[in-house]
Write a protein of this length. Structure first.
Length: 597
RNA sequence: GGCCCCGUGGUGUAGCGGUCUAACAUGCCACCCUGUCACGGUGGAGAUCAGGGGUUCAAAUCCCCUCGGGGUCGCCA
């Protein structure tokens, strides 16, 4: 080793020791005579003093050192002279008096600051990711990620789980997201696909008798990216045999609670995790991944306004639509501009408009409310009683602002859910130091796909229907609920899982319901159906997204901040410049020809 | 594919029709400096204001297009 100690570990106790350090020049302070260098490695920073009276040659070398040069230094650890200690630095009581040093490598001036926490354009960071990762924020995030994965491995190992790797090149099954494909050289015209998740493989491991499986698995989906979505991401893939829904949920609750306590004890977690039914959640929050750190729940006003003079509302209800709203406390004095901003959000998500009702512009008792205090374009079509009833339904008080959307139920929920999030942000209702985990359960098994004109799986086709709903598969498939569950947290979907079908006949029936011919079923799912003829155990599992968990624990806004080498929004790796063209020879070997488009 | 936001020395920002021959901070280079720690001091280099077109007597500034980046809807079983 070129170093006897790490820079960050030196303390008073090391005084008098002769040490050898290696690292990067974080900062250089040249006093003409003395030169100070803050030497940085992964563990921290320590001050090195180059004194011409101690070593003239060393001082000369230090003269040439610049930021991010890599150097090797030997010298004695000394107590700093009284009054020159630096309490900002964990090593600030001591310094290393250089008696010997070498420049191991030089550095050009970096394209952005390594030693300062200044926001830099993300594309530049991504292009020089290896420099970006030198910055303390990124080092912190990578370290946290390591701790999270290590904790998960230890936790599951202690409970008898086997970590098993599954292949990255598997078979394409063209439902769900688009596959990334890998052309085969040996088999002209045939392709492997990268796994969107190891779903079928982990179920086959259950048939194999593994009983408790997990994997830190890479998953690939060729879909557009988001702040919380990348073309490839990592999930904790987990599957167990002989379990019920509760067994999985209890395990996950224990894991997540212990994880947070282990790596971020200062973060608050609410225990036990609430368990919410999908239908209720949609009704109350308009989304299946609500932020439960604050209230602002949606209220249904359809019955109140059905008979009102306000035609927009009356007609919406009459034609099968819904009228719902939320209450923004203390926002009754919102300016026209502020209201217009909210209106734009609503319209951007498909609402015809947003009706705002200001219950006066100052706090007070709702009993004192009069109609001329109500500011709303609908004010003259509503009675005072109706306004009070609406306010009551939404938990509104004097000085509050009611936000009301009318229309097709799905859109109404989406818009209000977004407005709820927006108002939560504006009013700072969500404690940034809390992770509000919750389980969402009791999902519908199927959803009607308008475009394809057929039923589609809400989760995936291996999800087991609720036992008591199985008869409905033949009569009213839309009413069948399933043993599918999600873990949500702070407006993110963290995990999705289900108890699986382990009966080949029932599985076949589901595939048929989804519109597959027997031939297609055989071709796409033949393996798992065949495996189910050989004693499959009842089983189920779940797959939490590692990137999102680490992002939330790190307090970051995008998963790119917790991935060492992420791709940008256009799925490009700016550092490696991938994807990139390949040679004609490569294409020929793969039996491929590019289309002219 | 739709919508919204952004693009000014290496980096981060200011400037938002004329006073811009583009400012500030930091970084960089040179010199001075033996107790600094975001060291200090003096001097210096560094920007076709993302690219193209238009409006105007005059454009970094207004308009249009393109490119690049971000957010989001669709999409993500």
């Amino acid at each position: 080793m070129l170093k006897s100690h790490s820079c960050g570990e030196l303390r008073k106790g090391n005084v008098g020791e002769k040490v050898t350090l290696a690292g990067w020049v974080d900062r250089r302070r040249d006093h003409g005579g003395l030169i100070f260098i803050d030497l940085r490695d992964r563990e921290g920073t320590v001050q090195v003093v180059f004194n011409p009276e101690v070593s003239p040659s060393c001082h000369g070398t230090a003269n040439d050192m610049r930021s991010e040069y890599v150097i090797n230094v030997s010298g004695e650890v000394a107590l700093r002279p009284p009054g020159t200690e630096n309490s900002q630095l964990s090593t600030g009581d001591v310094e290393v008096i250089a008696s010997d040093c070498t420049i191991l490598s030089v550095s050009e001036t970096p394209p952005f600051y390594i030693n300062q926490e200044i926001e830099v354009e993300e594309s530049l960071r991504l292009r020089y990711r290896y420099l970006d990762l030198r910055r303390s924020r990124m080092l912190r995030n990578l370290t946290l990620r390591h701790q999270v994965v290590k904790f998960i491995r230890d936790f599951l190992d202690a409970r008898g789980f086997l970590e098993i790797e599954t292949p990255i090149m598997i078979k394409s099954t063209p439902e769900g997201a688009r596959d990334y494909l890998v052309p085969s050289r040996v088999h002209p015209g045939k392709f492997y696909a990268l796994p969107q998740s190891p779903q079928q493989l982990k179920q086959l491991l259950m048939v194999a008798g593994v009983e408790k499986y997990f994997q830190i698995a890479h998953c690939f989906r060729d879909e557009d990216t988001r702040a919380d979505r990348q073309p490839e991401h990592t999930q904790l893939d987990l599957e167990m045999s002989f379990v019920t829904e509760d067994d999985i949920l209890n395990l996950m609750e224990e894991l997540l609670t212990a994880l947070v306590l282990a790596v971020k004890p200062e973060i608050k977690v609410i225990k036990p995790f609430p368990r919410l039914a999908y239908d209720d959640t949609m009704e109350r929050f308009g989304t299946d991944k609500p932020d439960l750190r604050f209230g602002l729940e949606l209220g249904d006003l359809s019955d109140i306004v059905a008979g009102s003079e306000f035609a927009v509302f009356r007609d919406t209800v009459a034609s099968g639509g819904r009228v719902k709203g939320i209450c923004a406390p203390g926002c009754g004095g919102y300016s026209r501009n502020q209201l217009e901003e909210l209106n734009k959000i609503a319209q951007g998500l498909g609402a015809r408009g947003l009706l705002t009702v200001a219950l006066g512009d100052a706090p007070g008792s709702l009993n004192d409310l009069t109609l001329d205090m109500v500011k709303s374009v609908a004010a003259r079509y509503l009675t005072l009683e109706q306004v009070k009833e609406i306010a009551g339904r939404l938990g509104g008080d004097m000085g509050d602002l009611l936000l009301i959307v009318a229309g097709e139920p799905k859109m109404v929920n989406k818009v209000l859910s977004e407005l709820r999030t927006e108002m939560g942000r504006r009013l700072e209702l969500a404690d940034p130091n809390t992770l509000a985990f919750a389980f969402i359960q009791d999902f519908p098994l199927l959803r009607w796909d308008e475009e394809l004109g057929r039923w589609d799986s809400e989760h995936h086709p291996f999800t087991a229907p609720k036992d008591e709903h199985i008869p409905l598969l033949d009569t009213e498939p839309g009413k069948v609920h399933s043993k599918h569950y999600d873990i949500v947290c702070n407006n993110y979907e963290l995990a999705s899982g289900s108890i699986r079908i382990h009966d080949s006949e029932l599985q076949h029936k589901i595939f048929s319901l989804l519109g597959y011919s027997d031939e297609e079923i055989q071709q796409r799912f033949g393996t798992i159906l065949e495996a189910f003829h050989y004693g499959p155990p009842p089983h189920g599992g779940i797959a939490p997204g590692i990137d999102r968990i680490v992002m939330l624990l790190a307090g970051e806004e995008t998963i790119r901040e917790v991935i060492a080498f992420p791709k940008n929004q256009s799925a490009v790796d700016l550092m490696l410049d991938a994807p990139s063209p390949v040679t004609e020879e490569q294409l020929t070997e793969l039996h491929l020809r590019l289309r002219n488009e």
